[in-house]
Ligand binder design. Structure first.
Ligand code: PMP
Length: 450
């Protein structure tokens, strides 16, 4: 972007941004009458017209009508390159041919859920164990559930209750720790102790202190688990350093707690998951998202000593882990086909290189501006900050402006600033995106300068 533009003063920067945002929002309203109408209908049955809070956007959300390959079309007929990627679950795109034939053949030859154990779940369990270096695994329906059961396992195994987590951590609908504290709807809220920093050496030192202290608390607590993401996904695509993760793991083990690595989002970032890439050996790992082959999915697994003693129904006193759809045939077969045939270890490496390359190009383009890109491989976080560093004040107005204007350019991006790439997104579209970001920065050079 041109560096010749002089940044405007703080007040006029905010004023100019507000004007640009108001204009962009007004174009959005004009351009999307059918989405607006649909929203007005939806509020009659769904609170706020919504059944998934993240997808709510003001003044109304875009309503998508259909998707094909790596594109989506909205009700008003606009076409977008899909960078939402179903928040990382949409890895295979909307119509991968192998996923399609697997779904059809599963329906025709196996049928929907059989209400019994099947070879399909055991076959997929073996593949998951092999791929992610787990001794045992159990399936669930979502990443949230996977974490719920992994925590139950840790509590049962240790006989303790407390769980250490990190600020900005997200482990599911009822396990959210943004802003340094459990969200109001956190399950077993009183049991969580939140470390107030994530990712670096300072955070590791703080975690060591909190873990040790929590483990010492005898009454009504004691430490059952440490739960952490290798890269905070919902928290903004912020990777934890290897040293940080190793130190947290070490502290957890020293305290006798179960070390749970949440790989619901990150398992796609390296051939055997991010934990393996970082040299970690978690006691339990949680999985989800794309591993359902496009269907709802969660899984948790790891050391057999824990998994068998907690969940083997032949073991006296073991926990029941139920779920009508845990082994549903569609997910077991589509998930298996995707992981075995499509997202092989080789493809995983290649795909994430494309993401790294894209992020590098974007960061190069955005140098000296308020915009920066974080993440790893195929997951990219977008940040709008006053002086371009992650420590400075966030600029939600600029983030919204960017979102409205990227929609106009035909890119479907999560409003909070998250890109989860899909396999086989055409290179031309990635180039076109870099170009669109460049033009955005040029168009708003004065307000975007750091
Ligand atoms: N853990 C992490 C790290 C996640 O990113 C998510 C979902 N964004 C979850 C758990 C929860 O998964 P689900 O939405 O399938 O319940």
């Amino acid at each position: 972007m041109p560096s010749t533009d002089t940044p405007v003063s703080f007040e006029s920067n905010h004023q100019e941004a507000a004007q640009a945002l108001a204009a962009a929002q007004s174009r959005y309203i004009t351009n999307n009458p059918l989405s607006k109408k649909q929203h007005e209908r939806a509020v009659e049955a769904l609170p706020g017209g919504n059944t998934r809070t993240l997808l709510h956007t003001s003044p109304f959300p875009l309503c998508m009508k259909h998707g094909k390959a790596t594109s989506v079309w909205d009700e008003d007929g606009h076409k977008y390159t899909d960078f939402v990627g179903e928040l990382s679950a949409g890895l295979y795109g909307h119509s991968h041919p192998l996923i399609r034939t697997t779904i059809l053949s599963t329906f025709d030859q196996i049928g929907l859920s059989l209400g019994s154990t099947t070879v399909y779940e055991a076959r997929y369990a073996s593949l998951l164990c092999e791929r992610f270096k787990l001794e045992r695994v159990r399936m669930a329906n979502t990443g949230t559930e996977a974490n719920l059961h992994a925590l139950a396992a840790a509590r049962h195994f240790t006989g303790k209750r407390k769980v250490v987590v990190f600020t900005g951590g997200y482990h599911g609908a009822c396990f959210s720790f943004g802003g340094g504290k459990p969200a109001a709807n956190t399950a077993d809220k009183e049991d969580f102790v939140v470390v107030q920093r994530y990712g670096d050496q300072q955070a590791a030192a703080e975690a060591e202190r909190v873990i040790e202290m929590t483990a010492k608390e005898g009454e009504g607590g004691g430490l059952a688990a440490v739960l952490v993401e290798g890269m905070q996904g919902a928290g903004g695509c912020l990777p934890g350093s290897k040293e940080f993760l190793l130190r947290v793991q070490e502290a957890a083990k020293k305290a006798g707690a179960v070390f749970i690595l949440d790989e619901v989002m990150t398992s796609r970032l390296a051939p055997n998951g991010l934990g393996q890439e970082m040299g970690l050996s978690p006691d339990l790992v949680t999985l989800g998202k794309y591993l359902g082959g496009g269907f709802s999915f969660g899984a948790f697994g790891g050391r057999k000593e824990i998994m068998d003693s907690v969940y083997d129904p032949r073991v006296k006193g073991s926990l029941a882990h139920s779920g009508t759809f845990n082994n549903n045939t569609m997910t077991m077969c589509a998930g298996y086909a995707g992981l075995k045939e499509v997202f092989t270890e080789e493809i995983c490496v290649e795909f994430n290189k494309v993401g790294d390359d894209l992020r590098d190009r974007l960061n190069e383009m955005a140098k000296g501006t308020k915009l920066s890109f974080t993440g790893r491989g195929s997951l990219i976080g977008l940040h709008f900050r006053e002086d371009g560093t992650l420590e400075s004040q966030e600029r939600a107005d600029l983030r919204d402006l960017f979102w409205f204007e990227m929609l106009e350019e035909g890119f479907w991006i999560t409003r909070r600033g998250f890109i989860a790439m899909m396999l086989n997104t055409p290179k031309d579209e990635l180039d076109r995106f870099v170009d669109a970001v460049g033009k955005f920065l040029e168009r708003h050079a004065a307000i975007m300068a750091a």
